[in-house]
Design a protein around this ligand. Structure first.
Ligand code: PA5
Length: 462
């Protein structure tokens, strides 16, 4: 069980034309990383995600709720958005067999389907509700703040449908809230109505919450080994104790991306797993990296890399042309799964047709691994920064390790950029305008600002 980062193709020497991070830049970044490391690890009390891998009490609570649900639910419906939804989706995609929700109960080993409503599109919500037997559905309402507009709208609709079908008492029995221990509307409703609740620790923010009950409860319900998820993450924490770039994998990842952006003009940062089960990990990473690092800098100006999700080999036929020949403004980090060379043998057929004949006797595992190496080499040959994060398997241990690697890297990157990685003031104005347009009390100021905006100009409308 291991995670290894090869960043040769980010460095001068491997890339043509003098491109790449020089050893001198790397060495000069070491004290800056050490300071970032100190800043992050000094905040263990306030950065709750650092302690989640070791929280056994939380794991026991999650497992108890999952055990109670076993045999009485066929479906889990998760209501949430942003950090409250992307982690559970990534867990399901990575650790359940493909097409999980389409499998029958026997193929699922009696585990429930998991549906995540991470939007307020009326078509999706109506279609999801129409196919659920609410009697046998556990509804998880996930919101750290306990008041996010999209999640509250989802909740009102689903709660109404549950009450109609199950009665108020029945609806309450099928609900679990995951929210802040003290504040917020969900907490208030839970208190008033006695609804089962799991705490999202007060010091754990949405996008850093995947290893809190937010990700662990859906995982436990799906039959995932939650202890292994935590163990993988704990291993990353143990290996990140050192403030040394050469010994700290999340630190090296953060520092490489920061140097690529700030010293080499490469602010677009692609995460490209060569494994379908990790597609949604890339989307989870995008939210984490974007919302944490895209910030107004306290000293003035604006900073932040732009993360891009991709999947190999699929995106070799979509985005790789841009990565190879577009502007020299990107890094690509591959996630490669080792040891799959024996998987999926390709039959030897049409041996006389050159386009097919050479494939016979190889395997799909070999093909996907070779394609990843070939793409990395091709990018390097054209001066394109890339690195490869290799894991031994897509399993709970490695997924936990990947989650914690990227969470920790994000915290370090925030310190390297000199911004607060744990707030998101930039999403506030849009929220306030939406509240104002919906008539939420207290949004009169936003309404006035909205009304003062220029109206659509007929000259610029078609
Ligand atoms: O990362 C974040 O903090 C956000 O993306 C939140 O997860 C998102 O806004 C949902 O917030 P909440 O969990 O409070 O409903």
């Amino acid at each position: 069980m291991s995670l290894a980062l090869d960043f040769t193709n980010m460095m001068a020497g491997a890339l043509p034309g003098g491109a790449g991070i020089t050893p001198a830049q790397w060495e000069a970044a070491a004290p800056r990383f050490a300071a970032a490391h100190a800043a992050v690890h000094a905040r263990t009390a306030t950065l709750g995600f650092l302690s989640l891998p070791h929280d056994r009490a939380m794991r026991a609570q999650v497992e108890a709720v999952a055990a109670d649900a076993r045999d009485r639910v066929d479906d889990v419906l998760l209501l949430g958005i942003g950090g409250s939804a992307l982690g559970p989706i990534a867990v399901r995609t990575a650790l359940c067999p493909p097409g999980w929700n389409a499998l029958d109960a026997t193929a699922r080993g009696g585990r429930p389907r998991l549906h995540v409503l991470d939007n307020v599109d009326p078509v999706t919500i109506a279609a999801t509700l129409a196919r659920l037997d609410l009697q046998r559905t556990l509804v998880l309402v996930v919101s750290k703040s306990g008041g996010t507009v999209e999640t509250m709208a989802q909740y009102l609709i689903v709660r109404e449908a549950m009450a109609r079908r199950l009665g108020e008492g029945g609806a309450r029995r099928q609900l679990v809230f995951l929210t802040d221990p003290v504040v917020g509307a969900l907490r208030r409703i839970a208190r008033e109505e006695g609804i089962r609740t799991l705490d999202i620790p007060a010091n754990v923010g949405g996008r850093f919450s995947v290893l809190s009950p937010v990700g662990l409860l859906p995982a436990a319900l799906l039959g995932v080994d939650v202890a292994a998820l935590q163990a993988g993450a704990a291993d990353v924490m143990a290996r990140a104790e050192q403030p040394l770039l050469a010994a700290n994998l999340p630190g090296a990842f953060a520092t490489l991306q920061w140097l690529a952006d700030t010293a080499h003009g490469r602010p677009i940062q692609v995460l490209m797993p060569y494994a379908d089960p990790l597609r949604d990990l890339a989307l989870w990473f995008v939210q984490l990296w974007a919302e944490s690092l895209g910030k107004r800098h306290p000293a003035g100006g604006h900073v932040g890399p732009t993360p891009v999700p991709a999947v190999g080999a699929t995106d070799q036929h979509a985005q790789v042309q841009l990565f190879m020949e577009g502007p020299l403004d990107k890094t690509v980090t591959f996630v490669a799964v080792r040891g799959r060379e024996g998987d999926g043998s390709i039959p030897a057929r049409h041996a006389d047709i050159p386009e097919l004949g050479y494939l016979g006797g190889h395997t799909l595992g070999e093909l996907i691994a070779i394609e990843q190496r070939a793409t990395a080499g091709a990018l390097a040959a054209r001066g394109r920064f890339n690195a490869t994060l290799a894991i031994d398997a897509v399993d709970a241990w490695h997924l936990g390790a990947l989650f914690q690697t990227f969470a920790l890297a994000t915290a370090y990157a925030g310190a390297l950029y000199g911004v607060d990685a744990f707030d998101q003031p930039g999403v506030e104005l849009g929220k306030q305008f939406a509240y104002a347009l919906l008539g939420r009390p207290g949004s009169e100021g936003a309404r006035a600002e909205w009304d003062a905006l220029p109206s659509p100009d007929p000259r610029w409308q078609l």
